[in-house]
Design a protein around this ligand. Sequence first.
Ligand SMILES: [Zn+2]
Length: 196
Amino acid sequence: METISQNNLVEFLNNFTKIKNTCDHTKFKGWNNWNPSFEPSLVKVGQINQEVTIQNPDEYWGDNVLIKLNEYPYAQCEIHQCPACQELFFFYNEYGGHGRQKRYRLIQKALIDIESIVPTQNCQIILNSYHYAIYKKPDLTFELSICKPIATGVDVCHIMTNKEVQSFKKEGIAALEDRIKDMDKNYSNYRVKSWR
Ligand SMILES: [Zn+2]
């Protein structure tokens, strides 16, 4: 299996299918310590390798706390997979006054803050083959592209504005409907890449 990093974590989750009726990992929706009732033989499948820009995050505990890959501990977490259900977990060693604790958190795509990803190569955020795609680039911009069947086929590309990124985070691709229509109609105003 391919190694997972911040470059392809979202892409992996976009294509992920959980094997149903296997495990119950709900206790690990937020950070939780390893304990004897949680002993699946998790397999390391990847590693986030980003700079830690925030050492003491405002929020740490809780099932719905956002996953920010530029913050401790996510920025340097290992990624482990449950062989039974295929779910992914963040893993790191917590060293407090209590000695080592192995901490895990289930990776939930909806909670990943895409603005916190610092990729080292183009990183897929969303892909609907032959329709549209959004990639985050190493310069931290988000590029929206649509396919257009003219000539031998072209991609029409647009670097999203901050406002578009915010709307997309809240509402998904529907927030970009007007932009996509404009890219389709007025494609000569945009950067166009031939498939050939
Ligand atoms: Zn499992």
